[in-house]
Design a protein around this ligand. Structure first.
Ligand code: PBG
Length: 343
């Protein structure tokens, strides 16, 4: 039944007259199918090596690069607001060809993981970005092939680095590793490394369908990306959907604990298909409302063109309705408060 529609005729009885039912807030709430909640949201956080004070990110209003101290504070605030998890990204001082900062115990991200785990511990899910792009001087998600075409990522050499990175992030205490590099076989390689180390507790969030998207633009400011060129040789083509389902099957077979679609709003059709298949496989689904999605809306809010609170809640509702049980969003803390008020 949907409120306000008439019922089909029962044999012998006249059909109910079409009528308008008064859709009160209480009735709307009673029949609502989608209820985004703070506990479903994951807040991405950036921490920059050597910062004393948090530094604003021009293209991401309200988002900052954190210092070690401000990161701890922001993590605690998010947990207190009821947000379900944190995703950490590090911005190192120095970068090199192999991204050695990613596996340095004193590297910015590994230090941040230990700080946040010390601050909030098991009160939340601490996730870490497992990718080399923040740590390489060329800005690609992996190491480059020597002697190959300029700028070509060496998939298998990158897997070796991802295995090392997984072990250092797990040692630092991360609960979930976010495999965002889109290398073939990355989930299996990292799972095997953890298994060999006797680690059965660290979970893997696979960026299953990660599209080569213009919507990551502001994120590249946030991590001061050095990339020239693009990632089209290893991220997915926005024109395609079927390969997302193929990636899903592979990621699940390789041991992914959570699968993700990214970006979110421009890819709701992909999300729905992935969510339907993942339900059969019994794997939770996340979606990443990326930097460009929030920057686009923030620009409209600043101009008074969109209503801030309604837009935030509506976008999160849409992403949840399309099948994501978990949503990564830069609005997580603000949304947590809004969702408490929204019936
Ligand atoms: C890769 C990574 C990116 C994002 C998350 N992880 C950038 C990329 O693939 O180019 C983008 C997230 C966003 O735009 O908010 N480490």
């Amino acid at each position: 039944m949907s409120p306000g529609r008439h019922h089909p005729a029962d044999a012998g009885f006249p059909a109910a007259r079409p009528r308008r039912l008064r859709r009160t807030a209480a009735l709307r709430s009673l029949v609502a199918q989608t209820r985004p909640a703070a506990a479903d949201l994951v807040l991405p956080l950036f921490v920059k090596e050597g910062l004393r004070e948090p530094a604003p990110i021009g293209s991401m209003p309200g988002v900052v690069q954190h210092s070690r101290d401000s990161l701890r504070k922001a993590s605690l605030e998010a947990v207190q607001a009821g947000v379900g998890g944190l995703m950490l990204f590090g911005v190192p001082d120095e970068r090199d060809a192999t991204g050695s900062g990613a596996t340095d115990e004193q590297g910015v991200l590994n230090v941040a993981i230990r700080d946040v785990v010390a601050e909030v511990g098991d009160a939340t899910v601490v996730m870490a970005d497992l990718c080399l792009d923040e740590f390489t001087d060329h800005g690609h998600c992996g190491v480059l092939a020597s002697g190959g075409t300029a700028g070509t990522v060496d998939n298998d050499a990158t897997l070796v680095r991802y295995r090392e990175m997984a072990l250092s992030q797990a040692a630092a205490g991360a609960h979930v590793l976010g495999l965002s590099g889109m290398m073939d076989g990355q989930v299996g390689a990292v799972r095997a490394a953890l298994d060999e180390a006797g680690d059965v507790d660290t979970a893997l969030l696979a960026y299953t369908a990660k599209y080569a998207s213009a919507f990551y633009g502001p994120f590249r400011d946030a991590v001061e990306a050095t990339l020239s060129g693009d990632r089209r040789t290893y991220q997915q083509d926005p024109a395609n959907l079927d390969e997302a389902l193929r990636e899903l099957a592979l990621d699940v077979a390789e041991g992914a604990d959570i699968v993700m679609v990214k970006p979110a709003l421009p890819y709701l059709d992909v999300l729905r298909r992935v969510a339907d298949e993942a339900a059969v496989l019994g794997v939770p689904v996340a979606a990443y409302q990326v930097s460009g999605e929030m920057a686009m809306a923030e620009a409209a809010f600043a101009n008074g063109w969109l209503d801030r609170e309604r837009t935030i809640v509506e976008t999160l509702t849409a992403v949840r309705r399309a099948g994501a049980g978990i949503v990564l969003t830069y609005w997580a803390v603000e949304a947590a408060a809004l969702l408490r008020r929204t019936p």
